[in-house]
Design a protein around this ligand. Structure first.
Ligand code: FMN
Length: 304
């Protein structure tokens, strides 16, 4: 039986397959559909300081090989999360990673401070794709210096591992990952959604109320894999690979490219049990290829 357990700094996962923020709610939504104990972990929907209604509809649109979304970080806010969502999550036999959103460094710090004394959380993932209100709406992780500074601020109050989630909408994602590392991040996760756009030619309006939206799903996998590989070959930091993963073959590509773990997003909307099926497929691959541990596969990509 190959050992699929995975270490990301102080974060220990029973296997390298997590479900991605915003595609698995707060866990409860998939009760009865998924064997939670079979997952390496659950990343919650982004949690902000105050509840957010998010953007007006339409905010989801299906496109070939993926989807566009502009949910606008709709979430219950940290107090309701702690009172109504975390009690269910902490009872599950899997790691819980709380994804935190904010539009200023102070907001990230305040949410993490509020989460700090609560049991049942294994790590924080900081959603640095949020627009930075102070810097004219650029995503926090579109600038290495901002990424470093906000990470550093959060690190001073966080006793749990910090995963910094990066946007792919930059020229050199490895420079941003280096900023996260310099700020004290334990790992980076990438990618969040690409910028996409679709138009209804009858109305000539955008298909999504806000116009541009986040593009996710199978179509983005090669882009995500290239970004993960770029970080793996330039920055000494553990990586959680995300983007278009629909099964074990996709997940293994990310692991072989250098990711220590992976997250499954849009595929959960097609089958919420994609994560557990992916774990089973990775295990079969390890057996077939005589890997005793999944760690042996990480970054094992071969040159031509
Ligand atoms: C409907 C939807 C909502 C999402 N909400 C969040 C969110 O709240 N916070 C976050 O960090 N990422 C969010 N994401 C991004 C995903 O976690 C993931 O990074 C992205 O979709 C790429 O992975 P995928 O192609 O497997 O979906 C969301 C994605 C989708 C499709």
């Amino acid at each position: 039986m190959p050992d699929l357990s995975t270490k990301i700094g102080a974060l220990h996962l029973k296997n390298p397959v997590l479900v991605a923020s915003g595609t698995f709610g707060y866990g409860k939504e998939s009760e009865g559909l998924v064997d939670f104990a079979g997952l390496g972990g659950i990343v919650t929907k982004s949690v902000s300081l105050k509840p957010r209604d998010g953007n007006p509809p339409p905010r989801i649109f299906e496109v070939p090989a993926g989807m566009l979304n502009s949910i606008g970080l709709a979430n219950v806010g940290v107090e309701t999360f702690l009172g109504e969502k975390l009690p269910f999550l902490r009872g599950l036999d899997t790691s819980i990673i709380v994804n935190v959103a904010g539009s200023t460094a102070d907001e990230f710090v305040q949410v993490v401070e509020r989460l700090e004394n609560e049991p049942g959380i294994s790590a924080y993932e900081l959603n640095f794709s949020c627009p930075n209100v102070k810097e004219g709406g650029l995503a926090l992780s579109q600038e290495a210096a901002v990424t470093q500074e906000v990470t550093r601020r959060v690190k001073t109050v966080a006793s749990r591992p910090l995963i910094v989630k990066l946007t792919p909408n930059v020229t050199r994602v490895s420079e941003i990952a280096q900023g996260a590392l310099d700020g004290g991040a334990d790992a980076v996760s990438l990618i969040n959604t690409l910028v996409g756009f679709a138009i209804n030619i009858k109305t000539r309006r955008p298909q999504i109320h806000t116009g541009t939206a986040g593009y996710s799903g199978p179509a983005i996998k090669p882009v995500a894999l290239a970004k993960v590989y770029e970080v793996a070959t330039h920055v000494q930091i553990p990586i959680i690979g995300i983007g278009g993963i629909s099964g074990p073959t996709d997940a293994l590509e990310f692991i072989i490219a250098g990711a220590t773990a992976v997250q499954i997003g849009t595929a959960n909307f097609i089958n919420p049990a994609t994560g557990t099926a992916t774990v089973a497929g990775i295990e079969a691959y390890c057996r077939e290829h005589d890997f005793h541990t999944i760690a042996e596969a990480v970054g094992s990509v071969q040159p031509w």
